[in-house]
Design a protein around this ligand. Sequence first.
Ligand SMILES: [Zn+2]
Length: 275
Amino acid sequence: VAIEEHGTAALVLPDGEEVLVRVRQSDHARTTRIRLGPRKRPEIILAAEAHPTDASRLLEHRSSWIANKLAAVRALGESDELGLEATDRLPLDGQLLPVDVRWAKRPTARRTPDGRVCACGPDEEAIVAALERWYRREARILLGHMLEHEAQRLRIGYRRLTVRDPKRRWGSCSSAGDISLSWRLVLTPASVRRYVVVHELLHVRVPSHSRAFWRSVEIAYPGWRESVSWLSRHGSEVRRFRCDAAARAGEPRRLADDSASEGAERLDLPTWDDR
Ligand SMILES: [Zn+2]
């Protein structure tokens, strides 16, 4: 296996498939490891003191291992066991909420008292964006309550909660005690959500993933392993979820009072924030 320029290596798997592997050296890595994900190029991270030929040796000796792992990881990446992709409803905290889509100049989304979501907007894109903002608001409430509850139970103070949509993480905690959580956690079971909340809260005390940290996780949330495996099994499906299908669920119906303002005005719609 030749390591080419720009840190890429071509690996031929036992079934003949050629896979490009990224190779990079890390000053922080103590051991050389290989990282595989469902939708990204496999990556070899060379330990600080490793020689670049270590990467080719690793690829040569472990090609069938890599092939097996890659197949497993890809199968997981395409898993749709939760059915999030198929549904035109909005999953939230274990429920599937039906959506009513209406045409309106101003994009908004809100929950109605009968357990539906009413989404409005000038086009599908705006409705999708409004629904995502709605998700963030719901997440802020759900996660905020949970964080508050766990902070009191564990007697750990934090400064502030921010709800985001990070690509790789479910949450993070700064040294100042600012906790950030993914809004997508509202798509996961409450037990999984609670694990992430507890995990980040414990980082206020122990910032690293040291042994002491995992001991504190074990004490604070004994069921954490099931949550970790749920996330590794379903995490990519949760991250793939988009509100597009829900935004298309209903024929956009034009409201009577909006039809009068149709026309040129529609072309330069400001992007309202429905907060
Ligand atoms: Zn952590």
